[in-house]
Design a protein around this ligand. Structure first.
Ligand code: KG4
Ligand code: ZN
Length: 351
């Protein structure tokens, strides 16, 4: 089993970890959430600056925590795509420099592959083939995993990602940023069935609907209309009921389409990962539905749902075990398909 130092700075969390195979020896995350909260979302320029400030200290912290010296590592990994370009650069340049200095292999990792690998941090990890519901601030995808590195996207959102919908609706309800935890807290004790909300479907040009795809823009508009109507009536906003109803319909639509996709693909295991996977209502509903349908299910450990470097380390260890690494000339890309994650391990570097 290889041991790597992994770095992650693709959005608004600076993170470092030392990982041995599927075992986390040390992991640290410095969140910038409070600073971005003032602006109601991530400000890219601020994110990059904070990564530059935070990363050296985090690396020192996890190296000390692991009890290892640089010489004992088998590789250095960094997230290189997708994400905010200026933010990605920080971990990429740091990782490539450390790799050259210490003569170690460098591994450029796809952020979404990292999220997929967070499920490997469970004590009983899923065995391929399986279906993953990946729900984060930037992505809502159904991914078929046939082997490590072999991914096929079977479903996606045509507009907002699930996490983005949480963030926007939280702002509408006057709750904090990030919206996911704020809505979950506000929804406690609320009636999840008080408001009937739409489960956005995506039409096929030839008629019917894409059965495994998502759309959250109609839901967002429905929430806006509901709030405006309540405000016009002069009543106090029933924030708990609104938050609970929104959370419920998002959880239902995610679980229903994932289970349908697993069944259509003949896959027996459904895996939940990504920032929104921290949502307790979603976790509970997925368990209940899977049990009812006779599917196995795995949930990424709570600590590794939102962005972290441990999941990037697990992905890097998988590639090293396969005998591959990246060119230290590999740059960064704001967008790059998950299906081409393996291209990050080939020479010449694709970007
Ligand atoms: O995976 P992540 O940390 O970053 C991205 O790669 O995007 O996901 C962040 C997203 C945010 O939109 C946040 O609102 C959402 O995950 N989130 C949640 C919860 N915790 C974080 N959504 C719902 N319920 C939660 N408990
Ligand atoms: Zn993420």
């Amino acid at each position: 089993m290889p041991t790597v130092l992994a770095l992650e700075t693709s959005c608004d969390e600076s993170a470092a970890a030392v990982v041995h195979g599927r075992t986390v020896l040390a992991s640290a995350v410095a969140s910038q959430v409070e600073e971005h909260a003032r602006w109601g979302g991530v400000v890219p320029e601020i994110a990059s600056r904070r990564h530059v400030e935070a990363l050296p200290g985090l690396i020192e912290q996890v190296m000390r925590g692991s009890g290892l010296a640089m010489a004992e590592l088998d590789g250095i990994a960094a997230t290189v795509c997708p994400g905010l370009a200026g933010a990605l650069l920080v971990a990429s340049v740091t990782g490539r420099t450390l790799a050259r200095l210490h003569r170690k292999p460098f591994l450029g990792i796809h952020h979404l592959e990292g999220h997929l690998c967070s499920a490997q941090l469970d004590s009983d990890p899923p065995q391929p083939p399986y279906l993953v519901l990946l729900v984060s601030g930037g992505h809502t995808e159904l991914v078929r995993v046939d082997a490590p590195g072999q991914y096929r996207r079977l479903g996606r959102s045509h507009d907002d990602a699930a996490g983005e919908a949480f963030d926007k609706v939280a702002r509408l309800l006057g709750l904090g940023y990030p919206g996911g935890p704020a809505i979950a807290a506000a929804a406690e004790g609320g009636d999840p069935h008080r408001f009937a909300l739409p489960k956005g479907r995506v039409s096929r040009p030839e008629g019917g609907f894409y059965p495994h795809d998502f759309s959250f823009s109609g839901l967002k508009t429905a929430m806006l209309r509901q709030v405006r109507a309540l405000e016009a009536s002069g009543a106090m906003l029933p924030v708990a009921d609104l938050a609970a109803s929104f959370e419920q319909v998002v959880a239902e639509v995610l679980v229903e389409r994932s289970c349908r996709c697993a069944r259509d693909q003949g896959l027996g295991t459904l895996v939940l990962v990504g920032g929104v996977a921290a949502n307790q209502r979603l976790r509970r509903l997925l368990e209940v539905q899977c049990r009812e349908l006779g599917l196995r299910w795995r949930l990424a450990p709570l600590a590794y749902c939102t962005d972290n470097a441990a999941m990037i380390g697990v992905a890097a260890c998988q590639w090293l075990s396969h005998g591959t690494d990246s060119s230290t000339a590999l740059g960064i890309a704001a967008r790059w398909p998950l299906e081409q994650a393996a291209d990050l391990q080939v020479r010449p570097a694709p970007f």
